[in-house]
Design a protein around this ligand. Sequence first.
Ligand SMILES: *Cc1c(COP(=O)(O)O)cnc(C)c1O
Length: 230
Amino acid sequence: MAALAGRVAAVREEMARAADAAGRNAEEISLCAVCKGQDAGLIRQSALLRVDCFGENRSQEMAQHMAAGAYRDKPCHFIGHLQTNKVRFVVGEVRLIHSVDSQRLLNAIQKEAARKGVLQDILIQINIGEEASKTGAPREALWPLIDLAMGLPALRLCGLMAIPPAFDNSPISRGYFAQMRGLFDEVRERLGKGQPFDTLSMGMSDSYFAAILEGATLIRVGRGIFGERA
Ligand SMILES: *Cc1c(COP(=O)(O)O)cnc(C)c1O
């Protein structure tokens, strides 16, 4: 527990330093603890610390963590690649789905949310590095996805997410985060006030400093909190 508490405190300090350097308020940045591969007991301990929410990559592992009460009363987010045949295990179970990257997935989430009578918050994931191997929508698909999402009544479009090609705080990494911030601002402007479009999910253990400098409102940290994965 002491090691875990020390790592969370260190991440919080670094978040505050980054926010300071960017002239931002650290309170407006959420810390999402990424639980993939972690033991439910350890996650449960971390829930007593200053983490705001938990991020899961796989619906099956998420179900196990949930059954064990691993998150206590904190919200869970789905951050991994979501297949349409897994949508029913995720919709209505999580506060926010970060990884929506196709019209097909938007329609599947709408259908399931309507069936369950829930309003599902989502982010659109952009493949900002245009990597063939990566999930996320290509940039040119952004506007059609936004237009579709805005017309689906069981969804609330809350922002954007990205996993850039560089995983560090280098200028290259920062450049990708800056591009995401540009897209985020464009969408926010076009949607106008009164929309819940306020989340920019970017930055991981080795890159969150740069992400915060460029405007991340939520960072997803795994190893930085739980240590190296087994
Ligand atoms: C694993 C993962 C993270 C966290 O990665 P770390 O390097 O352990 O901080 C963040 N986002 C997504 C989508 C992930 O799959």
